[in-house]
Design a protein around this ligand. Sequence first.
Ligand SMILES: *[C@@H]1O[C@H](CO)[C@@H](O)[C@H](O)[C@H]1NC(C)=O
Ligand SMILES: *[C@@H]1O[C@H](CO)[C@@H](O)[C@H](O)[C@H]1NC(C)=O
Length: 192
Amino acid sequence: MELKFLMILFLATLLLAPVSSASVAQQNTYSTFVKTSCSSVTYSAVCLKTLLPYASAVKTNPLKLVNVALYTTLRSANATLITVTNLSKSKQITKWESAILKDCIGHIKDSMDEIKDSIKAISRLPKSADKHFVISNAQTWTSAAITNENSCLDGFADGKISSTIKKKIKNSVVSLARVSSNALYLINNLTV
Ligand SMILES: *[C@@H]1O[C@H](CO)[C@@H](O)[C@H](O)[C@H]1NC(C)=O
Ligand SMILES: *[C@@H]1O[C@H](CO)[C@@H](O)[C@H](O)[C@H]1NC(C)=O
């Protein structure tokens, strides 16, 4: 497979036009794989937007797709953490709001640790003798991360929080919960 691809690439270099047509065909195969994988997740549009840019790295490998989905989740959690931390430092917030934001920061940090644990579990999959156990661990960590994200959101259900803060946090955490949910779906769909 690899060798055949290299041969095609080599032959293609001899004639410039086939270079682009060969790589375009590959690119289409890789994009189709991500599109097909994203078509069944709960948040398809989010899945496409976040994962399609990595199509050429993922190729047609479901495990690589899960890996990219988890790293995307980690980056999204980090962005949320920065947003919430920044808001918590504002002088304009009340003590009550400050407490809710601090509580949320704790949940998002826990969520990031759990996503990292899920990434670690997934990285052990290729060499593992008990692949079902490894996948089950990754599912557990990712589900725990989603629970923490929702716990952060629950804090903002209260009427005592300003609508500006609520809106900012909600946008950030809801989009994090969506990429997390997609990652979990892709993990659930791994076949071993
Ligand atoms: C989180 O974001 C900060 C600032 O952009 C960056 O320095 C750090 O490496 C990020 N961490 C992760 C885990 O993405
Ligand atoms: C941090 O918050 C301030 C207002 O408190 C805002 O002007 C700024 O854009 C925020 N920065 C980030 C990275 O969210």
